[in-house]
Design a protein around this ligand. Structure first.
Ligand code: SF4
Length: 457
């Protein structure tokens, strides 16, 4: 069979992340779609002919994509759609259909609304995949595709092949936020998250992980291909401290020289581990802090204390690892006092960067609060309005418009504060290799305030 794997074009010029855990507009990063590339190797191993188009990275528009599909004439076209621009991404299926290709659409966000969405898209989509084990289920059913795949299959992430990195000829087109952080590759050491945070649609997804040997084997392949930064896109890299330790040991034992980044929680993280990770090449860590209010952390069942969050940031910075904090705004108990706590701690913990997710304040399907609101009949929007600039539904005392203003004011108050600016200036003085990154970061922060605020992440 001729199989075409497509990462659809950018949306209004903005880059998109369509990997399951994070199906949204990222604008400032271009991410390697490692999950499509894993499927590529599975298909090839089974004798299929695979084609891959990363229209997002190559900035190919739909006109060009249509020419490519006309040239390839695939039997099946497999693509991801982000909930932020779902209807736009659907254009990929419409084009493929014109050339008699079967179509498979992968999306995670609409898992709990699958039938409703499928009714509206079935004209163009032969198979709508909303499960978590899609990388194995799509190849397994390719000869006889079901209309919808919702059920997860047990599989061993460590037994899957590596992503088909040979399909990427130039890693310089991939970067994260700062264009200098390139050549860059996104991959994962694990899939799923066993935690239960109520605002997150990735919660309770189990934890399939790769062995340290497998992880470091892939790092070596990427280094050979000229990659200078590897971003492990795991929901939580440090689910197990032992596993992180073992990965570092393997990197150090083999002497692999590459910078890497992770997403982590503040627990399972101490100074000894931070030092070891730094020695093994860890350059940046994004902590899922969510809030510096204990009331909010308890309410969303984060299972972490403010003190743990503060200590984790301190430990990472002391070890020389850059820190980025991920925060939420608009959870049910949000009030002025909680917001002030977050501002206060942002100024005292002084991370290198932070972002406030808009998703705490909008209705994101497959999260606890959204599903509760749906059960109680408090969600009135149709599925295609549920995205960051659709018709938001606030869960707290503030309206979506008020939350957006609060969000912007937090950025303004913290980024331009004396504490934040001096701390980042001092970081650059003491870490001269970060000077160019620091300057680009400052420019991009200014641009944020000048750009259309709705899209800001
Ligand atoms: S730790 Fe919580 S927020 Fe992070 S991926 Fe897991 S469930 Fe989601």
């Amino acid at each position: 069979m001729k199989i075409l794997l497509v990462n659809p074009p950018r949306f209004e010029g903005m880059t998109i992340c369509r990997i399951t855990r994070c199906e949204n507009i990222v604008r400032e990063s271009v991410i390697t779609p490692f999950d499509l590339l894993i499927m590529s190797n599975i298909f090839k191993d089974r004798g299929h002919k695979v084609f891959f188009i990363d229209a997002n990275a190559d900035d190919i528009d739909y006109k060009q994509l249509e020419k490519d599909i006309d040239r390839i004439r695939p039997d099946v076209t497999i693509f991801h759609a982000s909930q932020d621009c779902f209807k736009y991404d659907l254009e990929t299926a419409k084009i493929a259909k014109r050339y008699d290709s079967k179509t498979v659409l992968i999306n995670w966000t609409f898992k709990t609304m699958v039938n409703e969405v499928y009714e509206d898209i079935k004209e163009w989509v032969d198979c709508f995949v909303v499960n978590h084990s899609y990388m194995v289920d799509i190849p397994d059913t390719i000869e006889n595709l079901p209309k919808i795949i919702t059920k997860d299959t047990e599989y061993d992430f460590d037994k899957l092949p590596f992503p088909d990195w040979d399909l990427i000829k130039d890693f310089r087109k991939y970067y994260t936020r700062i264009k200098r952080i390139s050549p860059y590759a996104v991959t994962a050491t694990s899939f799923g998250c066993p935690q239960h945070c109520l605002f997150c649609n990735y919660r309770n997804t189990g934890f399939q992980f790769r062995t340290p040997k497998h992880v470091v084997d892939e790092m070596e392949i990427l280094v050979e291909k000229g990659v200078k930064y590897i971003h492990f896109y795991d929901g939580t890299f440090n689910v197990s401290k032992k596993r992180v330790n073992d990965i570092c040991d393997e990197i150090l034992r083999r002497g692999v020289k590459v910078k890497w980044m992770i997403n982590a929680r503040a627990d399972n993280w101490d100074y000894e581990l931070a030092k070891k990770c730094k020695k093994a090449g860890l350059d940046g860590i994004s902590f899922g802090i969510e809030s510096f209010s204990q009331e909010i952390l308890d309410e969303c069942k984060k299972g972490i204390t403010v003190e743990q969050n503060v200590q984790a940031i301190h430990n990472a910075k002391k070890a020389g690892i850059k820190t980025n904090l991920s925060l939420m705004l608009g959870l049910p108990s949000e009030n002025r006092e909680n917001i002030n706590d977050t501002i206060k701690y942002l100024k005292t913990t002084k991370p290198n960067g932070f972002f406030i997710s808009p998703y705490g304040m909008c209705a994101l399907p497959n999260t606890y609060w959204f599903e509760e609101a749906r059960k109680e009949g408090r969600v009135f929007q149709k599925w295609d309005k549920l995205h960051i600039w659709g018709n938001w539904e606030s869960f707290c005392q503030y309206s979506p418009e008020e939350l957006q203003t609060i969000r912007k004011n937090i950025y303004r108050e913290v980024i331009w504060s004396w504490e934040y600016l001096t701390s980042n200036f001092l970081w650059i003085i003491t870490h001269p290799s970060d000077i160019t990154i620091g300057i680009e970061f400052l420019i991009s922060s200014i641009q944020k305030f000048l750009n259309d605020w709705r899209y800001h992440r």
